[in-house]
Design a protein around this ligand. Structure first.
Ligand SMILES: Cc1ncc(COP(=O)(O)O)c(C=O)c1O
Length: 414
């Protein structure tokens, strides 16, 4: 008889991620125990002082006293559990409503809706807006939460090649104007750090009568002169039909939002499954996020430091011959084959006290890996130099180990 759990046994035996020694190291690196306080730049773990280069605390707000105080005051007043219940039942407080007003104002939209986490915002919005008769066109690299939403919706799904407008145009062309459709993209692609060509996307959506939905999880707070995101950066904010975002990155709290026309937000309020069937964002998180948003809106200096650190790091890596792809944001993916990134991350941690995370399949194509390095506003130029020098050293060590292992394999009798 077939057992649906068989795949778990197969996974343990023949993991698609890595095998043998690679696998032991990969598991150690991927699920390395983190200290409670891990945003960095400097953290303490295993009795050591480590330099953190792997969080999305872009603006360095994770440990900001205003955010912490807002959360502490709310927990002291109403505990962590409040409000008990889902948003439409008993889960909407003044703090939730105020945060929704503030987000709509920040994103320059008529209304917004907040979700208990970012992935719920992406999943719930896409799942609610499309149905079995509709068509969703997704960039091949769209975030997994958008893909999940599309699958839940039951809509027809088509992928277009990453950032390839000719391909998208051709796919749109195949569908009659009577077919209701939406194009779903990330503003900033979370693994490769490149940006969606939003102007061209908006033009194509207009041409073919499709709605444009943008998940700007990594753009919000980071991109644009005022941190309003990739839409602001590319001058097309008002051409995006629905803005999706998360509070877990530049705002350093938790939760997500959808922002757009009042009618659409009202629809999501009553139809998004991830609003209806899950507990509301805790009030303490809403209070903290209101503080984070206020800080983000006046964080020009922090944004400047972030982008200066990004330039310093990425120029340095390119000069040293590292392949970092087409990133245009602080996300810095050092490209590798096989498990290269795992070995680099392991050596950085063990020998140079640096925490830099390796990313493997399914977040990147099978057979590849990236070491995903992210500078924040709080890193210093000296921190970045230390990382650059350490990376050059470990790259040499890892290359040496690899050639010794290859030589040993070649000498082994068959
Ligand atoms: C592009 C993108 N969308 C959505 C999410 C989900 O956000 P959250 O972690 O806040 O649920 C992430 C986070 O990894 C992301 O990178």
């Amino acid at each position: 008889m077939a057992d649906i759990f068989d795949k778990c046994v197969r996974f343990a035996r023949e993991s698609p991620i890595a095998s043998g020694q690679d696998r032991t190291i990969a598991e150690g690196v991927l699920y390395r125990r983190s200290p409670l306080k891990n945003a960095g730049p400097w953290i303490e773990a295993d009795g050591r002082r480590l330099l953190q280069f792997s969080t999305n605390d872009y603006l360095g707000l994770a440990d900001h006293p205003n955010i912490r105080k807002a959360a502490e005051a709310t927990v002291a007043q109403v505990s962590i559990s409040s409000p008990m219940g889902a948003r439409p039942l008993t889960g909407t407080t003044d703090l939730h409503l105020e945060l929704e007003r503030q987000i709509a104002d920040f994103k320059r939209t008529e209304a917004s809706l907040i979700f208990a986490n970012g992935a719920f915002a992406m999943m719930g919005a896409v799942a609610a807006l499309a149905g079995p008769r509709d068509l969703i066109l997704l960039d091949r690299h769209a975030h997994a939460s958008l893909v999940c939403g599309a699958k839940i919706s039951g809509a027809k799904m088509r992928y277009f090649r990453h950032n390839d407008m000719e391909h998208l145009d051709a796919v749109l062309q195949e569908n009659p104007p009577t077919q209701a459709k939406m194009v779903v993209v990330d503003g900033v692609y979370s693994m490769q750090g490149d940006i969606a060509p939003l102007r061209e996307l908006a033009d194509l959506c207009e041409k073919h009568g499709a709605r444009l939905i943008v998940d700007d999880a990594h753009g919000t707070g980071v991109c644009g002169a005022h941190g309003r995101g990739t839409g602001e950066m590319l001058g097309v904010e008002d051409r995006i039909d629905l803005h999706l975002g998360t509070f877990s990155k530049a705002m350093a709290t938790m939760g997500g939002f959808a922002a757009g026309e009042a009618g659409v937000i009202n629809f999501l309020k009553f139809c998004a499954p991830t609003i209806l069937f899950t507990k509301a964002m805790p009030a303490a998180v809403a209070a903290a996020t209101l503080e984070a948003l206020a800080l983000l809106r006046t964080a020009d200096d922090r944004r400047k430091s972030l982008w200066a650190n990004r330039k310093h790091l990425q120029d340095g890596l390119r000069q040293r011959g590292f392949d970092i792809g087409h990133t245009a944001t602080p996300i810095t993916p050092i490209q590798g084959n096989g498990c290269d990134a795992v070995y680099l991350g392991h050596a950085l941690y063990e020998k140079h006290n640096i925490w830099a995370s390796a990313v493997l399949y399914p977040a990147v194509p099978i057979g590849t890996s990236i070491l995903r390095v992210i500078p924040t506003a709080n890193h210093t130029a000296a921190d970045v130099d230390y990382l650059l020098n350490s990376l050059s050293a470990v790259e040499r060590e890892v290359a040496q180990q690899r050639s010794e292992a290859d030589a040993e394999r070649a000498c082994r009798p068959n």
